[in-house]
Unconditional design. Structure first.
Length: 409
């Protein structure tokens, strides 16, 4: 069954590649309309997933990711519509030059082909990934977490019905419903049919895909994100940024996980953090001043908590902060809060993360916030794509060479 899905997707990708922008946008608008029209059906299926998640003890922050409501479905609908309005990334000539022998060589943006996405309990990823892949001219095979199975099946059913209504191939989108590890491992070896694999989830999922896939992988998502509050920081702005980065939505990969404080400003920051309803795990120096906080273990500085938990490290100077981030960062999003222009520049130069911030919340690491319209994920690697990945980042290119009888000597 898995190979049949992959074969169908490969065949469908050749059909999808022929569609113009108008056809692709028609599919997206029809899908958005049908998701909205079938909201009650999707919500009822999502309730089954919520019930199962509670039965297996999924933590509250992850249930929040899984949960759908009217507002979130409307956001999914709006997301698909926004992607429809984004200019088509395909058939663009990225660059062109004329050689001395008269050959005209150009790079033309083309579809990736078949894109596979393995992700955890986030039903909104289902519609986002579908819309982005369709717009980028690639068919998509989705492999969501078992916790969101009913929600994903409902959403994909509606998406496929939308495609068929317009007379196109429903295999532009497919869902793998078997949640077994064997099936997942088999999927990761379908390089005969799948051109790109994108894992979205926690460290264990991403590492499993990176280590076992024979399909080219874009590594995304694990976010042990840091913010360093320098001794020159504007304290009012710093507190607002910290609260937003940690509290606005802690279950996402761009949320703050480790806060680094210059020792000279600890007494200006910590009392405000203690007022928050979060688990503060601090080093021995901070614990000695504020016994009410919890003492951090070494692994707390390595963790992506995805919860109302914050690790806090004290440092004597800028260089200590840099060394800590370089040791523990996952290369996602790291920031500095400072009014020292030199420290801001050095931070940007020395921190080798996909997104580096000066005086802003890490929560902005998002395709929509970056003006990309949407994102398929946030790449933490350096090959092909890095940072929030929009439509262009999930396409490839080919060379077009125009000649007039030239031959090579």
């Amino acid at each position: 069954m898995l190979e049949e899905i992959c074969k169908n997707s490969k065949k469908a990708s050749l059909e999808l590649a022929k569609l113009d922008s108008k056809n692709k946008n028609e599919i997206l608008f029809e899908a958005a309309k049908n998701l909205k029209d079938n909201m009650e059906y999707i919500l009822n299926e999502n309730l089954k997933d919520i019930k199962y998640a509670k039965e297996i003890g999924l933590k509250d922050s992850l249930i929040d990711r899984l949960k759908l409501d009217e507002k979130r479905i409307n956001s999914m609908v709006l997301g698909i519509q926004k992607i429809a309005y984004i200019p088509d990334p395909l058939n663009e000539y990225i660059e062109q030059k004329i050689l001395e022998n008269g050959l005209i060589i150009g790079k033309k943006r083309v579809p990736m082909g078949v894109i596979g996405i393995i992700y955890e309990a986030r039903p909104n990823v289902t519609s986002d990934a579908f819309a982005m892949c369709i717009k980028a001219g690639s068919s998509v095979i989705l492999k969501g977490g078992k916790e969101a199975l009913n929600s994903n099946k409902a959403i994909v059913k509606i998406l496929r019905e939308s495609i068929v209504r317009l007379g196109f191939n429903e295999n532009f989108v497919n869902l793998i419903t078997d949640s077994s590890r064997d099936t997942t491992n088999q999927f990761m070896r379908m390089n005969k049919y799948v051109n790109l694999l994108i894992p979205r989830g926690g460290a264990s999922l991403i590492n499993a895909v990176v280590n076992n896939s024979s399909i080219p992988v874009i590594e995304t998502g694990v976010g042990n994100c840091h913010i360093y509050v320098d001794e020159s920081a504007n304290i009012i702005k710093a507190i607002d940024i910290i609260k937003n980065a940690k509290m606005q939505r802690p279950s996402v990969c761009n949320a703050l996980e480790t806060l680094i404080l210059h020792k000279s400003i600890i007494d200006k920051i910590m009392p405000e953090l203690i007022k928050l309803n979060i688990d503060l795990r601090c080093d021995e120096y901070i614990k000695s001043i504020y016994p009410i906080v919890n003492l951090a273990k070494d692994e707390d500085f390595e963790n992506e908590f995805l919860d109302y938990i914050l690790a806090i490290k004290s440092v004597n100077n800028f260089d200590e902060a840099i060394l800590h981030i370089q040791k523990y960062s996952t290369g996602h999003s790291d920031g500095i809060i400072t009014q020292n222009y030199s420290n801001a520049n050095k931070f940007c130069d020395l921190i080798d993360s996909a997104v580096v911030y000066v005086n802003a919340s890490t929560r902005f690491s998002d395709g929509e916030c970056f003006g990309l319209g949407a994102e398929i994920g946030i790449s933490t690697q350096k090959l092909h794509a890095r940072g929030p990945m929009g439509l262009k980042e999930i396409t490839s290119y080919k060379y077009i060479v125009l000649g007039d009888g030239q031959i090579r000597d």
